[in-house]
Design a binder for this molecule. Structure first.
Ligand code: R5P
Length: 259
């Protein structure tokens, strides 16, 4: 890994704790104006100061994030399908590395769909993106998307994470599952977890705590933050778990206090 790539990665995974709270607001790239993200700027701006990085598309970035706000950007660069299509795996790369540089991205993110109809294309897109990213010092986050027919278990997620790392991803985003330590243990690059569909605040905090306790370096959480009744309280509580190792009850109190 060259200096620039390591430097960008260290803007996201904080050297002080070795951990990260990434805020994911890229959902619109296939879900459109999903609940909580109807007006991206309104949702994102109060949360920016509490996030270690922001994951989103170029369109959301240009229109909804002030360019003078210093936050590392993880630019989603895959897409091409919508929720109306049965097969979401038919993604391609939607921007270029030149554009990622122009937008001062600290990393780029691409979904892979292991076991789905377009598995091969998504995996070779990842490999190509890694080659291009390494040529200009930009790390690549592989997102292990789970098709409707797949099960989010240790066997499947270990397979996805390991393939992503072997193809050169610099870090991987996946889902939490039982025996998660084994998913982490067999993946040679850092793992962050997605929050998934909105669940109760306490359950989402438990999820973050379990993931961190089992070796994740952080979260790349969206709906369980921005769809919360108190998104700022929620991101502060998640931060306390990720960076300060606080217990779930204590984090929950923080969430309640900020509400
Ligand atoms: C999905 O492909 C997107 O990357 C989402 O941003 C991701 O799933 C994380 O968001 P959430 O915590 O809402 O699952």
């Amino acid at each position: 890994m060259d200096w620039g790539l390591k430097n960008r990665l260290s803007r996201i995974i904080k050297p002080e704790t070795g951990r990260t709270v990434m805020l994911a607001v890229d959902h619109g790239y296939f879900l459109g104006p999903t609940s909580g993200l109807e007006v991206i700027a309104d949702t994102v701006q109060p949360l920016l100061q509490h996030a270690d990085s922001l994951m989103l598309t170029r369109g959301a970035l240009r229109t909804s994030v002030p360019p003078d706000f210093d936050i590392p950007i993880v630019l989603r660069v895959s897409g091409g399908t919508s929720i109306l299509h049965e097969d979401l795996s038919n993604e391609d790369i939607t921007t270029s590395m030149d554009e990622a540089i122009k937008l001062n991205a600290s990393a780029v993110a691409i979904s892979i769909f292991v076991g789905s109809a377009h598995e091969k294309e998504t995996l070779t897109n990842l490999a190509r993106l890694v080659t291009e990213g390494e040529a200009c010092g930009i790390p690549v986050l592989a997102v292990t998307a789970v098709g409707r027919e797949m099960t989010r278990d240790k066997k499947y997620l270990s397979l996805c994470c390991r393939i992503a790392a072997e193809l050169g991803a610099h870090f991987v985003k996946t889902y939490y599952c039982d025996d998660f330590a084994e998913v982490v243990g067999t993946c040679p690059v850092p793992i962050v977890i997605a929050g998934g569909k909105k669940i109760s605040e306490k359950d989402a905090l438990k999820l973050a705590h379990n993931a961190i306790s089992n070796g994740a370096v952080g979260v790349d959480m969206g709906r369980n933050i921005f769809q919360s009744d108190h998104p700022v309280g929620m991101i502060k509580a998640v931060r306390a778990i990720v960076h300060e190792n606080v217990k779930v009850e204590e984090a929950y109190k923080l969430y309640r206090k900020s509400g």
